[in-house]
Structure formats: C-alpha cells, structure tokens
Design a protein around this ligand. Structure first.
Ligand SMILES: Cc1cc2nc3c(=O)[nH]c(=O)nc-3n(C[C@H](O)[C@H](O)[C@H](O)COP(=O)(O)OP(=O)(O)OC[C@H]3O[C@@H](n4cnc5c(N)ncnc54)[C@H](O)[C@@H]3O)c2cc1C
Length: 483
C-alpha cells in the first residue's frame, strides 16, 4: 500500500506530490494523458519549444516566485516586454470595420481609474467617457457585496466601458463574460474599495495604488513548462512514481475514519501498474468535472456536490503560427491584442505576439522569425474552430492575424503551425463560485484521508493553484505523520 496516491498530474498534482514525497511519504501520481503538466504544457513548432498552455504567472503576493526559487529556477525568471496589450474593437465610423487601440494603462480588468483620460477616450469616445465619469457622482447604493462584475460595470459606468474595455479582458483571461464573473474572485478588494471610496473608478485607483510597481506578470526563460520539468525531476529524486496514460475511473473508501484507506481504479490499458491501487491517502487534483465524478460515490453529501449550479465548461482552441515576417519586428500591436466580441471580420478572441512579449524567445527564433498565438472560444457559444481541419484553421488564424496586426502576412512564409484544445475546465471565477467551493471544501474536510485541489477550487492561474496544492499536501502530511 502506498502512503499517497495523487490523481491528476497537472501542476497542482505534481506540487502536492512533491510536498508529500519530500518528507518521505511514498507517492504515486496517476495522470490520464501521456504527459504530466496539464495546462502547463509545451510543444515543438518549427524547432522552437513553446508553451502550449500557460506562458506566464502573476507576481502578486510572491507565491509563485517563492516556489520557483525553491525549485532552483529563480535565475530563469524574466519580465515581459512592458509595451502592454492592445484592443481590437468595432469601428464606430466605418460600417463593418474594426480598429486597434492600446489598452488603457491605469485600469483593473479594463475598468478605467480615470474615465476621462486620453487613452480611455480613444476607446469609448467622449459620450462613453462622460457616462463612465457619472460613476463619480452616483451614490454607492448596494449595502453588502456586489457579485456580478458585468452588472456592476454596466450600472456604474455604462455599456461602452463594459463592451469595449472590460469584456475583451475577461474573455481573454477567463474565457467568460463579465456578467458571469464573481467580483470577489476576479478583483479581490474591489468591493471594499468601492464602499470606502464611493465610486468604481475610485476603487480602481485605490487598488492600483496598492499594487507593486512593475509588470503584473513574469515568465521563465525557456518557457513555463520548465516548471513541470523541474517538478518531475524532483519527484524522481524523492522516489515518487508518475504513471501516465492512467485515467482514474473510480475511488472507493476501504479503511476507517481513524485509519483511512482507499482503492483507486484506473483504466488497465498499460501493463506497467495494476488496475487497482491502494493507498492511505488520496489527493484529487483533476479538473472539477472529473473530481466531482470520482467523489460522487462516497456518500450522498459527496454526490450532492455534483448537483450544485456549476457553470458549463468552455472549450478554447489555440492556433500557434511560426512565420518569417520581418514586418513584425516593430511589434505593431505591443505584446498582443484582446478582441471585443462583436468585432467585424475577426473570429479570434485574442492574439499573443509571443516573440514580442518574451525577448528570450525572439532571440531563440532569430531575426525576422515570429511566433503568434491566436485563441478561439467564448463562454456560452459554440467554438468557431470546432469543425475546421488544420488547413482551414491555419487559413482562418492567418486572416485574423493580418487584420489584428495590420500586416500582410504571407502564407508561404509560415514555418510551423500547431493547434491545441483545452476543453474541460469549470471556470472557478463565475458568480456563486465562493459558495460552491466552500461547500466542496466542507464535505471534503469531513472525509478523513481525502484532499481535493486544483484550479477549479483555488482559482485560475499559478498564483492561486500553487499555494492551494501545497496546503492540501501539508494537511495530508499532518494526517500521515503528525507534522
Ligand atoms: C491556454 C491556457 C493559458 C493559460 N495561461 C496562464 C498564464 O499565463 N498564467 C497562469 O498563471 N495561468 C494560466 N493558465 C491557467 C493555469 O495553466 C491553470 O490554472 C493551471 O495549470 C491548472 O493546474 P491544475 O493542476 O489545477 O489543472 P490541470 O492543468 O488541468 O491538470 C489536471 C490534470 O488532471 C488530469 N486528469 C483529468 N482527469 C483525470 C483522471 N480521471 N485521472 C487521472 N488524471 C486526470 C488531466 O489530464 C490533467 O493533466 C492558462 C490555462 C490555459 C488552458
């Protein structure tokens, strides 16, 4: 019998496994796919090793940097190009036209701190800016907390701010509409700042003044997937086992509350390990839908968790293009572009100019060669790329890139192309998420020997995922060893 089985070998599972293995517990990680890392994936395109999922981390609170230091990777931490992102919006003056403008700097999730600032007016026009300014004159009516980000922005600053500034950002970061996002999750502190300052723009300025100077995000030279390589090497060093192609299909409790034990069943498709494995402790680090499915058989209380009002998962598809295009050396749209939903002539919801964002990658690619990554799929809509073959998706993404970047990209200059689908995430940021998550945590806390972790509970992004996974492992270590 193992001490700990970790189900799911994404970054949360690997981190939890490492924290258990380094104190001497015997640990096996069971990962459904052929490679560990989950959304921290990598792929090779035209000879370049690129991140296929996450490509940066939020520097807030220092949690990720501290963890990276613990893995010995501090020297590889790099800041992105400070040029910042742009917006692609419907052009009010040209029927069926679109326009590119820099994303205003002094905002939170696109909400402006200074509605009359020049860079804000360029996006929403004078009438939109005056409507947004009216926020300063309105009393704060809600006693208690606001929940829906979209509703709050629409009411206080109007439709132009919502559609042209906030929605493009929330679609890019959370693949969700601002209406569906829970303020306390996506903008912690905004609710109390609103009460204190008496206006939404005042609240934004107050949050910005408390934020450290410099970029909000950082990356790793060589790509974020280096984190996964380092975790895998550490797990090997501590004697932990990672089994890939091992989707877990069932979880059964076989011990008592005082001496918990579990039987974990995986699809027996590879002869390297048995189909059923026993362990004293289990940490589930899969996405939400799979985790809820695995615990549902444990008790009626566990089964009821799956019946909560979870949002529909949103599938997003990334199209990565490596292209020889010296015209892009000038970084015409900064580090990338967020696209407003109703923008004519553009299907993508975002474009990252990866070689503009990360100097180490531009160096690796060489002069005139560029990496651009387009992202498709908005919450509540069918993904426009779902039925496309590779040639069709390449043609669509090149056409989008031409419009967004304002450069005539030649299809014969494409040196590599890859598509990646990320399909089954329950967005942890939607309205009601804090209540759903605390119910899950309550039921799991009353289940000796079981822990759940991962982005669906902790929140999107490494800055949330890492501390949560470490905390889950610490609780397991405490139960196992009393330390
Ligand atoms: C395209 C994209 C870009 C992103 N960009 C950023 C960014 O720039 N910065 C940032 O901080 N965050 C970013 N994120 C978010 C970040 O990557 C995630 O929050 C984080 O990686 C989630 O880790 P996780 O371990 O909780 O989940 P996952 O990475 O989803 O890992 C879960 C693992 O469980 C496995 N699994 C599922 N079912 C089973 C089963 N039954 N049995 C065994 N294993 C199973 C899966 O195969 C997967 O490997 C991005 C995410 C995506 C998709």
């Amino acid at each position: 019998m193992k001490d700990v089985i970790v189900i799911g070998g994404g970054v949360a599972g690997l981190i939890a496994a490492r924290a258990c293995a380094r104190v001497g517990l015997s640990v096996t990680v069971l990962e459904a796919t052929g490679v560990p890392g989950g959304a921290l994936g990598s792929h090779e395109v035209a000879g370049l090793t690129l991140d296929s999922g996450a490509e940066s981390f939020a520097v807030r609170r220092g949690a990720v940097a501290e963890f990276i230091a613990d893995l010995g990777l501090s020297d590889a931490v790099v800041a992105p190009n400070p040029a910042g992102a742009w917006l692609q919006l419907p052009d009010d003056r040209v029927p069926n036209g679109s326009v590119s403008v820099p994303l205003p700097k002094a905002g939170v999730l696109g909400i402006p701190g200074s509605p009359l600032a020049d860079d804000v007016r360029r996006v929403i026009g004078w009438s939109g800016a005056w409507r947004a300014y009216a926020d300063r004159l309105m009393p704060v009516l809600t006693i208690g907390r606001e929940h829906s980000l979209g509703e709050l922005v629409r009411r206080r600053m109007g439709r132009r701010v919502l559609e042209r500034l906030v929605e493009p950002v929330t679609a890019g970061v959370y693949s969700a509409s601002a209406d569906d996002l829970e303020i306390d999750v996506v903008a912690p502190g905004l609710n109390s700042a609103l009460t204190v300052t008496g206006s939404l723009s005042g609240a934004v300025l107050s949050l910005r003044s408390g934020a450290p100077a410099g970029s909000n995000v950082a990356g790793l030279r060589g790509g974020m997937s280096r984190l996964v390589d380092a975790l895998v090497a550490d797990l090997d060093h501590f004697g932990a086992q990672i089994v890939t192609d091992a989707p877990v299909t069932a979880l059964q409790r076989s011990g008592t509350d005082d001496a918990p034990a579990w039987t974990v069943t995986r699809t027996p498709d590879a002869p390297t390990t048995e189909a059923a494995l026993d362990a004293r402790f289990v940490i589930i680090a899969t996405p939400g839908a799979q985790a809820l499915g695995l615990v549902a058989g444990l008790s009626p209380a566990h089964a009821a968790l799956a019946e909560l009002d979870w949002p529909q998962p949103t599938a997003i598809e990334l199209a990565t293009i490596v292209i020889d295009a010296p015209e892009l050396d000038a970084h015409p749209r900064g580090t990338g572009v967020l696209v407003a939903a109703a923008t004519p002539g553009v299907t993508a919801k975002a474009l990252t100019h990866v070689t503009a964002k990360w100097a180490w990658l531009a160096e690796a690619a060489g002069p005139g060669r560029h990496v651009i990554r387009l992202s498709y799929g908005r919450a509540g809509r069918d993904n426009p790329t779902a039925g496309l073959n590779d040639d069709e998706l390449l043609a669509l993404s090149l056409a989008d890139a031409r419009t967004i970047l304002g450069v005539d990209l030649d299809a014969t200059a494409v040196r590599g192309f890859a598509r990646t689908v990320w399909g089954d995430a329950l967005s942890p940021a939607t309205v009601g998420a804090p209540e759903r998550v605390s119910l899950v945590r309550e039921v799991v806390a009353a289940t000796p020997g079981l822990e759940l972790t991962g982005a669906w509970l902790a929140g999107t992004g490494l800055a949330s995922v890492i501390p949560d996974a470490v905390a889950a492992a610490i609780r397991t270590r405490h139960e196992a060893l009393g330390i």
